[in-house]
Design a protein around this ligand. Structure first.
Ligand code: NZQ
Ligand code: ZN
Length: 393
């Protein structure tokens, strides 16, 4: 059954070698008159990309200020710093040069500039945003999909809460995607990125509330493509074609396309992982790999038809004649795939050893963040979340 849906993907994508040279034109098109160039720790400076952005903006006669230092699992304190700087300098356009963390920090700054009061209230869901300043992206890692998504995820370092706020008004005006920029990524980041984008589509795939054949076909094709190219990149990180495949897949995996006609998706693995990120600062994609197998084994019987389809159409497992057996073979094959690209399949392999109290705390927080329950493959409550965390140790 096809559910009604809205599909809104307004981000202009400029893809390929040399795409960064379009930045001046794109900022002007989006109405920016003074830019905040926002970036992370080191990589974009080291690669010369920040200098390149400055040169391009100079050429286009667009003034700018800059703020680096965004960390993975981006922090609220940096968002406040960005809002203050933009106000002081009169910057009205945020150019995110980096990955999901930089883009999400940029979206939060853009919300903060356009709304009264404390921007964290949005992430606590005690307020909604009336407006958002424009954000543009120069992407350096294929992963979170924030370059086209409506989402922003921020960590409040004062209480360890990692929370998301979703609104179409924050979708970036443009995304510059040159696959060459991703060639300097450490393998762990490349593979965490591939894991994350696959999960964005899997969250929309393992559902009980209806789906469309066309959406399933797009989703399965995307998943097979990322799976294949992740393995290529594990051996050959400078393979341009493979970098291009996963870069485009990362955007399509999270702009809504692979969810059209479904029931809104499951997203429990993401919610479970966000608590691990908030408490232990783990890399998001690796955290997803560490929790997914336990989640899948906990829920598969309640969503058997989708797990069987996944096993056969994505993991290329032969149907054994028994649905449950086939579904489990699919889950095992997925874990084997994770291992083959250096991803963890449990918390120990991820490098964290939460105590019983910490497991309980994560489950409590996760249930609160979900408004009490979450999931479509199977609806999970706090006690289910705690069980899955325990299975994943
Ligand atoms: O800080 P630098 O030095 O740039 O290093 C970064 C960072 O350490 C490095 N990196 C990025 N591009 C590089 C590079 N290193 C070498 N060469 C390059 N070209 O990679 C590390 C990870 O960067 P980050 O931006 O954190 O990665 P990602 O894109 O995976 O973003 C993760 C964040 O996005 C959130 C996650 O929770 C996490 O906080 N998510 C955002 C979503 C959204 N807004 O739609 C959806 C996702 O589900 C996710 O939750
Ligand atoms: Zn994700």
């Amino acid at each position: 059954m096809a559910n009604n849906f809205e599909y809104y993907a307004p981000t202009k994508v400029v893809f390929g070698k040399g795409a960064e040279q379009q930045v001046g034109r794109l900022v002007k098109e989006a109405g920016g008159t003074k830019v905040l160039i926002h970036y992370g720790g080191k990589s974009a400076v080291r690669s010369g990309l920040i200098d390149c952005m400055k040169a391009e903006l100079d050429k286009a006669e667009i003034p700018y200020v800059e703020l680096g230092g965004v960390v993975p699992n981006p922090l609220l304190s940096k968002v406040y710093e960005g809002i203050e700087l933009c106000r002081a300098e009169g910057a009205d356009f945020i150019l995110a040069v980096g990955g999901g963390s930089v883009i999400d920090s940029s979206k939060a700054i853009a919300y903060g500039l356009a709304n009264e009061g404390d921007v964290w209230d949005l992430y606590e869901h005690t307020k909604t945003a009336a407006a958002c300043r424009p954000v543009g992206v120069v992407l350096t890692i294929a992963a979170a999909g924030s370059e086209t998504s409506n989402s922003s995820v921020i960590t409040n370092e004062e209480n360890g809460k990692k929370r998301s706020y979703n609104d179409d008004i924050a979708r970036p005006k443009f995304a510059i995607m040159n696959p060459e920029f991703t060639m300097t990524l450490p393998d762990y980041q490349t593979q965490s990125g591939c894991t994350d984008m696959m999960m964005h589509t899997m969250e929309r795939y393992f559902t009980n509330g209806g789906n469309m054949e066309i959406t399933d076909s797009i989703a399965e094709g995307l998943l097979r493509t990322v799976k294949k190219n992740a393995v290529i990149l594990h051996q050959d990180p400078e393979n341009y074609e493979a970098r291009a495949e996963v870069m485009w897949a990362g955007s399509l995996a999270h702009n809504g396309l692979t969810g059209c006609g479904n029931d809104g998706g499951d997203f429990s693995s993401h919610m479970l992982e966000h608590e691990m990120g908030g408490m232990f600062n783990v890399t998001h994609g690796a955290g997803l790999a560490a929790i997914w197998g336990s989640w899948a084994r906990y829920v598969y019987k309640d969503c058997l038809h989708r797990f069987v389809r996944y096993a056969v159409n994505v993991m290329e497992v032969e149907h054994t004649g028994n649905d449950e057996e086939t579904a489990l073979k699919g889950i095992e094959a997925m874990e084997e795939f994770y291992r083959s690209i250096g991803m963890p399949v449990n918390m120990r392999e991820l490098g964290i050893e939460p105590t019983d109290e910490q497991i309980h705390e994560m489950a409590v927080r996760c249930a609160v963040a979900c408004g009490g329950k979450k999931g479509s493959a199977k609806v999970l409550y706090e006690e289910d979340m705690e069980k899955i965390y325990r299975m994943a140790r």
